[in-house]
Design a protein around this ligand. Structure first.
Ligand SMILES: [Zn+2]
Length: 470
């Protein structure tokens, strides 16, 4: 039976999804204010590995990953560069999707953008205010930790510890408790053009809120798996739990699966240390990048991965060995028994499964695979591999690669359909909203027609508007 180490209980637990046969999973995605570094991709590769192994085990998987396209850094950069919000963020989103493709990551079903879900976020804040869990101060809205007694349990923090990790922004002096965090940040002069109207005043949503809101929108108020790096346990994931469970009164997530960091030459990656690598820095070829995937997926997600150029080289060598074996098997025509290979492949696959079931123990699972690889190489060298036997071993490799994804391509890494808006459509939506607020009805109708022509249906609601694809 598949077991995951669940950060919520700090124990390995049997995996049973809420709906039989169908798993709903959410992953914290990138903030598109810069290029992702190789450590970020460890989180996305973990989500991909989980998804692949669940599918391999017969589950259907619905996977959602957010794209954070509004935050303090983004605002600072667009205002410094005089760029539009969508124009700025989409250039990084595009590179991010290219990197996912290079890493052979199966696309999520949805990649919702924060800026495309403002009305839903305003709604969630209103629900929290109605339940006495949020309060407004000078146009900002804060979550009231005092109203959620379980706060800190998930992150295993004592009240003193909670205060340690928190920095108070200069514009947040209105908070009742230093631990309270912003759900909505009031618009300030330096935000420039960016801001959305809301019942509590013009502003923008907080980062923690966006994950609660979009995960529940696409996956329901309770869902199965939430992934992310260990650095997100506190405060981000603790805050997601407080927001979601505070608003719904229901358990939010059943299994929290976190990955450890990637260190570079045994040191923490940081821009100031000058050891901050993007995928293109370590990968001059597709083979290098595939080797990075191999290195990450064959290292256990709960141990710190120490990246060095030597470890990348040994991953490349292992991958080459697999590829060469595959090429030799295609041409095998020895005269050995085919039946024994079936037995060996079955036994090895059972072993592979056993290790993967144990909290995705890929180091052991890949060791089992190489046991069979050794046997097959030996048989080929001795001319004992028949085409029948070779076909069985090839079938085995293909099966294993459904999980590891190291040498067969996925069909396409494009999202099944666009979940977010293009910068142009986003601009039209915002312009229409501005026209409505200014009561310029002719102009707002005109913009609605333009959006409809592009396949976006806008509906006005009490608190703003909603949009869907036609
Ligand atoms: Zn998140």
């Amino acid at each position: 039976m598949l077991r995951f180490y669940n950060t919520a209980s700090r124990e390995k637990e049997d995996f049973v999804p809420l709906e039989s046969g169908r798993v709903r999973m959410y992953s914290c995605g990138p903030t598109v204010h810069d290029y992702a570094h190789i450590g970020n991709f460890r989180a996305f590769l973990l989500a991909d590995l989980i998804k692949r192994y669940l599918r391999f085990s017969g589950f259907e998987v619905v996977h959602v990953m957010n794209i954070t396209d509004i935050d303090d850094k983004i605002l600072r950069r667009i205002n410094a560069a005089g760029q539009g919000l969508g124009e700025f963020t989409e250039q990084y989103a595009e590179v991010f999707f290219q990197d996912l493709r290079l890493l052979n990551i199966i696309p999520a079903d949805e990649y919702p953008r924060a800026t495309a879900h403002i009305p839903e976020m305003v709604d969630l804040i209103s629900r929290l205010m109605e339940r006495g869990l949020a309060y407004e101060r000078d146009g900002s809205v804060y979550y009231s930790i005092a109203g959620f007694p379980a706060y800190g349990q998930f992150a295993r923090l004592d009240p003193a510890g909670m205060k340690d990790g928190i920095s108070v922004d200069r514009d947040e002096y209105g908070k009742e408790d230093v631990r309270d965090f912003a759900l909505w940040k009031a618009w300030v002069e330096s935000d420039g053009q960016v801001g959305w109207e809301a019942p509590f005043g013009k502003g923008r949503p907080g980062w923690h809120l966006e994950c609660s809101c979009m995960s529940m929108k696409y996956l329901g108020e309770s869902f199965d798996i939430h992934t992310g790096g260990v650095d997100l346990i506190f405060p981000h994931h603790q805050n997601e739990i407080a927001q979601s469970e505070g608003a719904t009164g229901k358990p939010f997530v059943r299994y929290w699966v976190h990955n450890e960091f990637v260190n570079i030459n045994a040191e923490k990656m940081s821009k100031s240390q000058g050891n901050f690598y993007r995928l293109k820095d370590i990968g001059k070829s597709a083979e290098d990048i595939r080797a990075y995937r191999y290195l990450v997926v064959t290292s256990h997600h709960r141990t710190v991965l120490n990246f060095t150029l030597e470890t990348l080289e040994s991953s490349k060598a292992a991958l080459r060995r697999l590829t060469q074996l595959r090429d030799r098997l295609w041409q095998a025509s020895g005269d050995g028994e085919a039946g024994e290979w079936q037995d060996m492949a079955d036994a090895t696959l059972a072993e592979f499964r056993m290790h993967m079931d144990d909290d995705l123990n890929t180091p052991r699972a890949i060791a089992a695979v190489f046991g069979l690889v050794n046997q097959a190489e030996k048989a080929l060298n001795q001319g004992r591999m028949s085409s029948g036997g070779a076909g069985t071993v090839l079938g085995f490799l293909e099966k294993v690669d459904q999980v590891l994804g190291v040498f067969y391509e996925v069909a396409s890494a494009e999202p099944a359909r666009p979940a977010g808006l293009t910068p142009e459509l986003e601009r039209l939506l915002q312009e229409r909203q501005r026209a409505r607020l200014a009561k310029e009805w002719g102009r707002s109708d005109e913009l609605r027609d333009q959006l409809a022509a592009a396949g976006v249906v806008v509906k006005d609601t009490r608190d703003g508007y909603e949009w869907t694809w036609a």
